[in-house]
Write a protein that binds this ligand. Structure first.
Ligand code: 5GP
Ligand code: ZN
Length: 116
């Protein structure tokens, strides 16, 4: 049976994405519906449904994911002015795609609110 996960399909190249960065462990690409001038998603190639699915053994990969998120933000030119990182988790967190991903939003002031 084929993997039904949308972001696993992007990792596999079965669905196109505007890639920004890739290594053996993570992939970064532009969000299809950007909420800011810069809106990127950084994902592990390994499938975790959400942040609630990670375990202590996943710490090295999570550390890499976050460090590469900062790298991508710098590559996209928003590191000096600043940006917001966001991980939505499950229903109340507003998660729509159940493959863990870090949003990077920037390119304009985003305000101080973290919840609408
Ligand atoms: P979530 O709400 O799960 O945190 O965010 C999912 C994000 O994935 C949304 O911002 C949405 O615009 C983005 N997205 C959904 N489908 C696709 C797609 O096929 N390609 C890309 N590049 N982004 C997608
Ligand atoms: Zn997946």
């Amino acid at each position: 049976m084929s993997n039904p996960c949308l972001f696993c399909k992007i990792v596999a190249g079965e669905i196109p994405a505007k890639k920004i960065y890739e290594d053996e462990q993570v992939l970064a690409f532009h969000d299809i519906h950007p909420q800011a001038p810069v809106h990127a998603l950084i994902i592990p190639k390994h499938h975790w449904a959400s942040l609630d699915d990670v375990a202590p053994r996943d710490r090295p990969l999570l550390g890499h994911l976050l460090e590469r998120t900062a790298h991508v933000a710098r590559e996209l030119g928003v590191a000096d002015t600043g940006y917001r990182t966001l991980i939505n988790t499950k229903a109340h967190g507003g998660q729509e795609v159940f493959h863990i991903h870090v949003h990077v939003l920037g390119g304009r002031p985003l305000g101080r609110m973290v919840a609408p």
